[in-house]
Design a protein around this ligand. Structure first.
Ligand SMILES: [Zn+2]
Length: 331
């Protein structure tokens, strides 16, 4: 009897558990999608981003080994120190395709460095030492207002604004050096991975041990007038969900004119190494041009890359989109 009694008891318990599980399952099925509490997103200040670009360009070309490079590093470290809790400057040396050895500095500002849960926003700050796509003065360094200046300008303004909030997640802003000292087309002997030396170094040797971020956003050439940003192939390969979410955010804000939902070819930029080596899903917001053979802007790696091509409307579209997405993620 006792055994029967136990059987009966466990039978009833089983029924109860099954009913409970069924109820749970039903509840899960009917549960609406998680909706995050509405967060106030501040206005991204494009004038501020513009002025950070102008201040970088005022140092002249910031190619590795130049006076402008040295002076601009100090300026960026000062700014990052004002806008974040801690700044780490990762210094090292790299051998470039031409056999020269150059000192480089990756400048890393962190909000709430003590938190494990983190996100990453980055750009390169060095500029190209030659104007290899120009028709004249091809061996002279470019000013790099857009290619070198614009991504940093937007990153600094994002840091300034996010620093005033109380995020529940840590945010790292990395300004990579030595991105744009890559080998010109046709140069021999060929050197693999000659671009993005600063981000390759960081991806192999992050500024803190066992560093990880939930996702990364790279900004490169984000300030030219009427710029179009497409769904670049490397980003779509490694971080398709993030890319779609950010393009949807842009669309909801009315920026579909800049953020075009079209997949385009893969390019080599800092995000490739962050994805491949550091394993952090990272997208690149970078201009795509239909009308040039390279698919970069007409100014790319020429002396036309100066403040004349920088447009606040484009800076606003990119800055507001990233700020909106990030603010929702970190609250
Ligand atoms: Zn470049």
């Amino acid at each position: 009897m006792a055994q029967v009694g136990v059987k009966h008891k466990s039978f009833f318990i089983s029924i109860f558990i099954l009913a409970f599980l069924a109820a749970c399952q039903t509840e899960v099925k009917e549960k609406p999608a998680v909706i995050k509490p509405t967060v106030d997103v501040p206005q991204f200040n494009a004038d501020s981003a513009y002025s950070y670009i102008a201040q970088q360009v005022a140092f002249g070309p910031r190619a590795l080994g130049t006076k402008g490079h040295e002076e601009c590093a100090e300026y960026l470290i000062d700014k990052m120190s004002a806008f974040t809790d801690t700044v780490i400057v990762q210094r090292g040396s790299v051998k470039t395709y031409d056999g020269k050895v150059h000192a480089f500095q990756n400048i890393i500002g962190s909000i709430k460095p003590e938190l494990n849960n983190r996100i990453l926003i980055c750009a390169h700050w060095d500029t190209r030492p030659i104007a290899d796509h120009d028709t004249k003065r091809r061996d002279e360094p470019i000013l790099g207002a857009n290619d070198g200046g614009s991504g940093v300008g937007v990153v600094l303004e994002l840091a300034r604004q996010l620093n005033t909030m109380d995020p529940k997640m840590g945010v790292d802003f990395i300004l990579f050096d030595a991105e744009d000292y890559g080998q010109p087309d046709g140069y021999r002997p060929y050197m693999e991975n000659s671009y993005c030396l600063g981000s390759q170094y960081w991806s192999n040797t992050p500024h803190v041990e066992r560093y990880y971020a939930r996702f990364g956003i790279l900004l490169d050439m984000v300030g030219a007038e009427n710029a179009k940003f497409t769904m670049e192939g490397t980003s779509m390969q490694f971080a398709p969900t993030l890319m779609k979410d950010i393009w949807n955010t842009a669309s909801a804000l009315g920026y579909s004119g800049h953020f075009v939902s079209k997949r385009t070819k893969s390019i080599v930029d800092d995000h490739l190494y962050i994805n491949q080596i550091a394993g952090i899903p990272t997208i690149d917001i970078i201009e795509y041009s239909e009308s040039t053979p390279t698919n970069f802007g007409h100014y790319w790696h020429t002396h036309k890359d100066n403040m004349d091509i920088i447009d606040r409307t484009t800076l606003k579209a990119v800055g507001q989109t990233v700020l909106t997405y990030v603010v929702q993620e970190i609250h």
